[in-house]
Design a protein around this ligand. Sequence first.
Ligand code: PLP
Length: 389
Amino acid sequence: MPIADQMVKMVEGASMIRKMFEEGAKLKALHGPENVFDFSLGNPDVPSPPAFKKALRELANDESLSHGYMPSPGHPHVRQALADYISSEHGVNITADSIIMTVGAAGALNNILKALINPGEEILTPSPYFVGYNQYSFIAGAKLETAASDDNFHLDLHAIEAAISEKTRVMLINSPNNPTGAIYSSEELAGLGDILNQASQKFGRRIYLVSDEPYRKIAYDVDVPTIFQAYSHSIIVSSYSKELSLAGERIGYLIVHPDAEDAQLVYGAAAVANTMYCVNAPSMIQQVVAKVQGISVDVSIYRRRRDMLCEGLSEAGYEFNVPEGAFYLFPKSPIPDDIKFINRLKEELILAVPGVGFGAPGDFRLSYAVPDATISGSLKGFKRAIENI
Ligand SMILES: Cc1ncc(COP(=O)(O)O)c(C=O)c1O
């Protein structure tokens, strides 16, 4: 094998995803893209806010704009703007030197996991979980362990407590959640904080909480509580991929809670990892997002689509939890074999992702970051699929 042994499995995983895309592209070429209902990708399609576009134009016209290297954690004035906003949003005094600007939330996760984990140690995450966590764990040399969520896809604190071992180094949560749309309450987070404190004491080693929050601004009448109030040994990881529809621009950040155990060491190690992986996050887009703190896309568009999809699928007889945030619906497959059901949907030219990829066989994921017409056009096919399976 010319490639590293440990990469073989990762390449196989990637080629499965590529195959799914290729099949979708083939169906679109065959039937016309407007006749294929593609719910497989979480690619934000709501326009970026006008204020973002204005800030981008102003910056491009600024003759003093420079394009050189900068300190690896990012432009100091950008981190200061973020620190001011995050301090008010999370009610904790954050300074610019707790923040690293990163290449998306993915870059932030890679940095912090590399900083915290020795090869062979464990990350614990509730399942279902975002598929990318397999890759980030792989890069960090960590083992990804899971604790099943409860029936409503919220935290099962008993399951988490039972799954923590002396090798658990990081608890990784994601709220609003991909793929379930669940938003964890402040009571759940407080309970989690207690468990992590007790387990850290029991095993004589701090377990850090990494909270992956790129969907924080996409919530439907539900508060997204801050993890910083529940557990001080935490790191927030986020990005502008969803809240400003900037997924392709690759801009995000991580914030180490100022009162976290060994906060400076953790921050320093994450900053060095950032240097090693990417030197620094892209300069121009850092400076644009600094000017539009607190602004997000029109969430009512996602809410309308959520409601259309939930209403249509409920009438057809599907069972699901109504998502509280993000832009995914995670219904139960009408038959235990979710892959078989996904293939049945494909016969209706509907593309979805099987739950097994999220550690949740028996369910499937639909992304409603799609035009309204994709939802309305798909409903008859969803009905036929559940009636005929
Ligand atoms: C839960 C979750 N975390 C992290 C990411 C990565 O986000 P980014 O594109 O900002 O790197 C995604 C992307 O879909 C996601 O869904």
